[in-house]
Design a protein around this ligand. Structure first.
Ligand SMILES: Nc1ncnc2c1ncn2[C@@H]1O[C@H](COP(=O)(O)OP(=O)(O)O)[C@@H](O)[C@H]1O
Ligand SMILES: [Mg+2]
Length: 290
């Protein structure tokens, strides 16, 4: 494979022109969005997508216009969790129309572009090795197109559900330099906190992105027999207490709702977990003085 240094100038691709055009397209698109928030954590499986889906639903039910970008290109789950998996995307002159849930939340996900349940995202390249090396670059390219090509219309909030890994936020900040803030999701274990600390330092000190706060997911479990709150995990580390937006309990119904594509906060609005997610939503609004 030739490296870019061996190519004559840009080999006629006008790569800088292309990237600049797309960056301009993103900023034009996002001009109609009031607040863009990334939902992140260093680790997978802590509930980023579950929190994103329910937060988006609470904000929608509160009367805000909300969009969700499933930025987990290789492991997209948002379309399933929001019950829009079978939507065919509509392509219009102004771009792609996002899928819309029955409650009105707008969603764009790689999952909506894949044909079958078992179809993985395959990055085409000359060899597997090339595909592996280029994958992160291709992922950013796909995300750039997602955000740049989607006709969101006017939005109050655009939530980006990031894939696991603390290296993901820099890519997003490159695409969206004026990101409004970051919500970090963790579970109360020292292992998860360790990674989250790195993510927070990266966001706050290196990328200079406002940290809205930390959501502690699966914080406890309510015994179905005696109603006692029992710990699922136990962290000694209490360093996020000052910036905690809420503690969401583990609720088997929440997982079921995610699997069924029926947002939990809408199905069980009076539950403890729904109250906690509503508090998180309120604190986010307080953060932006709305
Ligand atoms: N508070 C919770 N109670 C019950 N199940 C949960 C809760 N939070 C997340 N889950 C479930 O845990 C699994 C992982 O959550 P997910 O949101 O996919 O994590 P991530 O996006 O961080 O990888 C999913 O099956 C989800 O439904
Ligand atoms: Mg996820």
């Amino acid at each position: 494979m030739k490296t870019y240094k061996e190519l004559p100038k840009d080999a006629g691709s006008n790569i800088i022109g292309q990237v600049t055009a797309q960056a301009n397209r993103i900023s034009t698109r996002l001009a109609s969005v009031k607040y863009t928030i990334a939902i992140m954590s260093g680790k997978g499986g802590v509930g980023k997508s579950a929190v994103t889906v329910n937060l988006a639903t609470v904000l929608t039910l509160s009367g805000f216009a909300v969009g969700v970008v499933d930025a987990d290109i290789n492991g997209p789950t948002i379309a399933k969790m929001m019950g829009v998996r079978n939507t065919s995307l509509e392509y219009v002159e102004s771009g792609v129309k996002p899928a819309t849930t029955s409650l009105g939340t707008r969603v764009i996900s790689m999952d909506l572009l894949l044909s079958d349940d078992d179809a993985p995202v395959v990055w085409n390249a000359h060899t597997q090795k090339d595909a592996f090396t280029w994958r992160p670059t291709m992922e950013v390219g796909a995300l750039r197109e997602f955000i740049g090509d989607t006709d969101w219309g006017e939005l109050d909030f655009l939530l980006l559900d990031l894939p696991p890994g603390s290296d993901r936020l820099p890519n997003v900040v490159e695409l969206i330099p004026n990101l409004s803030g970051v919500v970090v999701v963790t579970i109360p274990s020292d292992v998860s906190h360790l990674i989250v600390k790195k993510s927070i330092t990266m966001a706050r000190d290196i990328l200079k992105v406002p940290i809205i706060g930390v959501v502690e997911n699966m914080a406890f479990y309510v015994c179905q027999h005696c109603g006692e709150h029992e710990q699922l995990f136990s962290a000694d580390d209490t360093s996020f207490q000052q910036i905690t937006l809420g503690k969401i309990p583990f609720d088997p119904k929440l997982s079921l709702c995610n699997d069924n594509g029926t947002p939990y906060v809408h199905e069980y609005p009076k539950s403890l977990a729904s109250k906690s997610i509503s508090e998180v939503s309120q604190k986010i609004q307080d953060f932006f003085n709305i």
